[in-house]
Design a protein around this ligand. Structure first.
Ligand code: SAM
Ligand code: SF4
Length: 328
């Protein structure tokens, strides 16, 4: 279905949990966020019901996210259910630290590809940014995903001045050795700002200048890998993978935004940077069986029609939830 501005909405990000085993500095305070009650989180069969309605409304691409989706028990069962529904694309965003255990199982269940977040290759720095994680676990996860055939594997790097900007060339070097697609994500001030004051994003031209300074070959613009979304894509001569930039603030891509989000507590969210939410959990749990599908489709219609044209401003309302609570 098209929204009011003619954008075809075909992509749904489904958050399966607000819980996470890491505490990344740009996403969570050190103590974590107040967690949802278990009964407020959609059950797998409820997510599948929402997805059945989503498919009827024109959603063809589904991404599972969180929080950390791999901390939710039996995720492969959800993937298996989704795989039976005939979506064109089923992907997962993960911090990768548990992926080595699940890559093959998820592939067999019907997952098609993964995006792994990796903000540093240096053990001490990775632990500082994630506050708890081990870089070896994330790297082993990425290798397991490549081996399991969950490609094209994308590696998401949130670049922050003073934290990891000096590592972008090392990240690009990964594409020489592995068929991975490294995407530099601009830090976005989402959610309450306490404790995040020292973080600032880096525009793509500054990252590119840093790469050119440190690497001999100049990255050349190229065709994006499947499911590239809004990334502008480049390749180093002879590289197995590509690099891309997703810069929501410096280079907004709202005009081509095709996505909706479903939060773990069952709210459809038409824009990351707007507080607008449409409650589907209420519809799921209170409607009679014979009218349930129609009412969920109606909720999708409302969410799609309330999608703002652009995120000109980070309005006050949008700052109530962090990425881990919305589903990044
Ligand atoms: N836990 C999984 C992970 O880290 O990949 C999935 C959820 S996480 C919220 C999804 C993505 O959002 C990650 O790539 C993460 O780096 C990104 N993210 C979180 N907070 C962000 C922020 N403030 N600005 C930009 N990206 C952010
Ligand atoms: Fe957890 Fe992902 Fe947020 Fe890091 S970015 S704290 S891994 S949800």
């Amino acid at each position: 279905m098209k929204d009011r501005f003619g954008r075809e909405i075909s992509y749904l990000r489904v958050s399966v949990t607000d819980r996470c085993n890491l505490r990344c500095v740009y996403c969570m305070p050190p103590e974590g966020v107040p967690l949802l009650n278990h009964e407020d989180i959609l059950r797998y069969e409820e997510i599948l019901t929402v997805l059945a309605a989503a498919k009827k409304m024109g959603i063809s691409h589904v991404r599972l996210t969180g929080g950390e989706p791999l901390v939710r028990k039996d995720l492969d069962q959800l993937v298996r259910g989704i795989a039976k529904m005939g979506f064109e694309d089923i992907s997962l965003t993960t911090n990768g630290t548990l992926l080595a255990n699940y890559a093959q199982i998820l592939k067999e269940a019907g997952l098609m590809r993964v995006n792994v977040s990796l903000d540093s290759l240096r053990p001490d720095r990775f632990s500082r940014i994630t506050r708890t994680g081990r870089v070896e676990d994330a790297l082993t996860g990425i290798q397991a995903a490549v081996r399991a055939g969950l490609g094209p594997v994308k590696v998401n790097v949130v670049v922050m001045a003073g934290w990891n900007l000096d590592e972008v060339a090392d990240m690009v070097r990964l594409t020489l050795e592995l068929p991975v697609h490294v995407r530099f994500i601009e830090y976005m001030p989402i959610g309450p700002s306490e404790g995040m004051e020292e973080l600032s994003g880096v525009p793509p031209d500054v990252i590119m200048a840093q790469i050119s300074k440190s690497l001999p070959g100049k990255p050349e613009a190229c065709i994006a890998p499947a499911g590239a979304g809004p990334a502008q894509t480049y390749r180093l001569p002879g590289a197995k993978g590509t690099i891309g930039f997703i810069s929501a603030l410096s280079k907004p891509f709202c005009h081509s935004c095709n996505r909706l989000r479903l939060t773990a507590d069952g709210k459809l969210r038409p824009c990351l940077a707007s507080g607008i939410e449409v409650d589907v959990k209420e519809v799921l749990r209170s409607s009679k069986q014979d009218s349930k599908m129609r009412k969920i489709e109606e909720a999708f219609r409302r969410a799609i029609l309330s999608k703002p044209r652009a995120h000109d401003l980070w309005d006050g309302e949008s700052q109530a939830r962090r990425m881990c609570q919305i589903g990044g």
